[in-house]
Design a protein around this ligand. Structure first.
Ligand code: PLP
Length: 414
């Protein structure tokens, strides 16, 4: 097959862990990037360099390094804004992760705008991060939740979309399922939400690391993602929202930095985005996220997407030809409609057992419910084993996965 839009050998060499960690004398085969990606040396070094030369708290001190630290922190925000096509950096709120970004919308916008009987539409394929905050609000406020179902081909069934959106105030949807790999039609969904008078919130956790992202073109109102799945460190996520929405939303957490003035009889909020960044932010992690964005931009997100489509195609064809009916891929087969998170069910082997046997051969896949329990119920399984691909994977990793699956098959048929 024609490989690849990326120079994977060179990329692999940028990731220290991929060569340092060996299992049974062979480099580890990391196929769990949908859970968290590995970090390139450029990200690790950017965080070290900042800590060694510029570190100080931001937005506080007037001395030299404090001013430089603030400038670099805000420059990273501007970089992130450009990376996702946001009109300006004022709409970029730094959070702990995408889970906190979704909660920020539910706690701030949700509690200011939703009361008993108001409708929020979600989908059956959501990660718990874009589900539990709304279940909490349903318990607390008595809002109504409706769900767009999954069709049997693992895409969203939009047949009843207009009825589901009728009278809704918000549509919340993942841009790519972390279990199925399914890409959802965000522009179409956002337009339908707007036509019904609802806002559109997107969970972009699996999208931003893998596809060119332009929130303006996607047409949504809120968009969250998480740094650690896109080569960045843990502890840093992003909520982008249209500025007029953020301006109108009440503060989420209170404390330092998010205020303009505090008196004993009251307080006034800071401007956006700082109104939503209470306390000392994850400064070093923001610098790391900025370096991750640089790294991805250097590769080019169109090339990242092209690489993943051809590698996913190779993976799906390899698994089908080697295992036939013994293996079910829980997700679309058309690579233009999906990303590289490949959930499998293999004979009647429990995914945890499977993952353990693969681990003995140095192949890392995730086994479990992937924080999408309602989706697991819809699929009729308790768990799946999920191999997920990224920029540092190549066909040799897929072959290693297939070999390990074959030996697991032998092992469990004994
Ligand atoms: C689609 C999706 N949403 C949300 C999350 C939660 O990400 P985080 O734990 O970084 O908040 C994940 C992570 O697995 C995900 O795949």
């Amino acid at each position: 097959m024609a490989m690849s839009a990326l120079d994977v050998a060179r990329i692999k060499a940028d990731f220290p862990l991929l060569s340092k960690v060996e299992v049974a004398g062979r480099p580890i085969v990391y196929l769990d990037s949908a859970s968290s990606s590995q970090k390139p040396r450029a990200v690790i070094e950017a965080m070290d360099e900042f800590s060694e030369t510029t570190y100080a708290n931001v937005h506080r001190g007037v001395y030299g390094i404090a001013a430089q630290a603030t400038d670099r922190y805000e420059a990273a925000r501007a970089k992130v804004a450009r990376f996702i096509g946001a009109p300006s950096s004022s709409g970029i709120v730094f959070t702990k992760n995408v889970t906190e970004a979704m909660n920020l919308v539910a706690y701030s916008w949700g509690r200011a705008n939703l009361s008993a009987g108001d409708v929020v539409v979600l989908t059956e394929i959501e990660h718990h991060a874009n589900l539990v905050p709304w279940l909490i609000l349903r318990e607390e406020r008595g809002i109504e939740l409706r769900f767009i179902p999954m069709a049997d081909d693992y895409t969203l069934d939009l047949g009843e979309l207009d009825r589901l959106l009728d009278g809704a105030k918000l549509l919340g949807v993942t841009a790519m399922s972390n279990v199925l790999g399914t890409l959802t039609p965000i522009r179409q969904l956002a337009d339908a939400a707007h036509a019904a008078g609802a806002l559109c919130l997107v969970d972009g956790a699996q999208y931003v690391p893998h596809l060119p992202t332009d929130v303006t073109e996607l047409g949504c109102d809120f968009f969250g993602f998480t740094g650690h799945k896109m080569l960045g460190p843990t502890g840093i996520g992003v909520l982008w929202a249209r500025e007029e929405l953020l301006d109108a939303m009440p503060a989420f957490l209170g404390g330092g930095e998010m205020i303009r003035d505090v008196r004993l009889d009251g307080w006034t909020p800071n401007d956006i985005p700082w109104k939503f960044e209470a306390g000392t932010p994850p400064i070093v992690e923001v610098i790391g996220l900025g370096a991750a964005v640089d790294y991805l931009q250097e590769l080019g997100m169109a090339a990242v997407r092209e690489h993943e489509m051809s590698l996913t195609d190779y993976a799906l064809r390899t698994l089908t030809s080697r295992f036939g009916d013994d293996l079910v891929v829980q997700g679309p087969t058309d690579v233009t409609k999906r990303g590289g998170a490949i959930s499998i069910s293999y004979r009647d082997v429990h995914p945890h057992d499977l993952s353990q046997v693969l681990d003995e051969r140095g192949v890392c896949v995730r086994a479990g419910h992937h924080c999408a329990k309602p989706l697991m119920r819809r699929l009729g399984v308790g768990a799946t084993a999920r191999a997920s691909l990224y920029i540092y994977n190549d066909p040799s990793d897929i072959d290693a996965l297939a070999d390990a699956l074959a030996s697991a098959g032998d092992f469990f048929s004994l």
